[in-house]
Design a protein around this ligand. Structure first.
Ligand code: 5BU
Length: 271
């Protein structure tokens, strides 16, 4: 489809100043997927298994490295090496959902300290906007890692939604950091005023149409079409929507998210 090819290659990708988001958009277009897997499994070997199984269907794999039963530094190194190999093999990127929320100087140390050494293997990492621009500034000397700013969480009663303009303020602190900011996590549409730059919106709390209700701990779900067409998502982040099924069904369910997600994204972008 020539129109779609033009849209991605001539309009969207050139408007990105952040290398990581450019790369992600290229992967999305090439693999026809806007699915990000939230790899929330207990054992690091299971995380590698799901990455191997779903690698062809995802553009991004989102980790919580501090939840994987990694027992020592050597296991961390082994895990991240295998994960990087799979990312290269299947062409997906890695986002560590670390949600940094401290002063820049501390975040800088958290990014580089053992055992996780996040800056060495993650392509992107999430941060809260709460501390202000210092939380972005501290990434300036680091190469190969981009930032995704959490502008609005998906959980019920989250305080960000109660503070007027919190979401908008999160956008404002990224002014001047176009090179390191890949985009925003948000559960509703974010409006970026800087017209010449295209940022990606990542939306968690996404389920297929067979699902109703939350998870009993505050998570709120929306359907794939809602997330993309009404709430402005470019990338959908899905964990339990896939992982609650047995591993023999992971691929089939992920394919459904991929199909629905991609067709909604094309519909959104072509309008
Ligand atoms: P789920 O299993 O699809 O509900 O998992 C969603 C993931 O996204 C989970 O790992 C959360 O930590 C993550 N998440 C979220 O659900 N809501 C948010 O606002 C942010 C992250 Br930020």
């Amino acid at each position: 489809n020539l129109k779609l090819d033009n849209l991605f290659k001539k309009k969207l990708i050139p408007r990105m100043t952040c290398t990581a988001s450019k790369k992600l958009l290229r992967i999305m277009y090439k693999k026809k997927t806007n699915l990000c897997l939230a790899a929330d499994l207990q054992n690091w070997t299971e995380v590698l298994e799901v990455a191997r199984t779903l690698g062809p269907h995802i553009c991004l794999l989102r980790t919580h490295i501090d939840t994987y039963n990694l027992e020592n530094y050597y296991q961390v190194v082994e895990f991240r090496k295998h994960l990087k190999d799979l990312a290269t093999k299947f062409d997906f990127m890695i986002m560590e959902d670390r949600k940094f929320a401290d002063i820049g100087s501390t975040v800088q140390r958290q990014l580089t300290s053992k055992p996780f050494e996040i800056a060495q293997w993650a392509d992107m990492v999430t941060v809260h906007g709460l501390p202000g621009p210092g939380v972005l500034q501290c990434f300036e000397g680091l190469e190969n890692i981009a930032v995704v700013v959490i502008a609005e969480m998906s959980s019920t009663g989250n305080l960000g939604r109660k503070v007027s303009d919190y979401k908008h303020e999160c956008l404002k602190i990224t002014d001047g950091y176009d090179k390191i900011v890949a985009g925003f996590v948000s559960h509703s549409k974010i409006r970026v005023d800087r017209k010449d730059t295209f940022f990606l919106q990542f939306t968690p709390g996404v389920a297929l149409n067979d699902y109703t209700g939350g998870d009993g701990l505050g998570q709120q779900y929306v359907y794939v079409d809602d997330a993309i067409l009404d709430r402005g998502a470019d990338v959908i982040i899905v964990g339990r929507g896939i992982l609650k099924h047995g591993n023999e069904n992971w691929r089939e369910v992920a394919e459904e998210f991929q199909r629905n997600g991609w067709s909604a994204l094309v519909q959104k972008l072509m309008n």
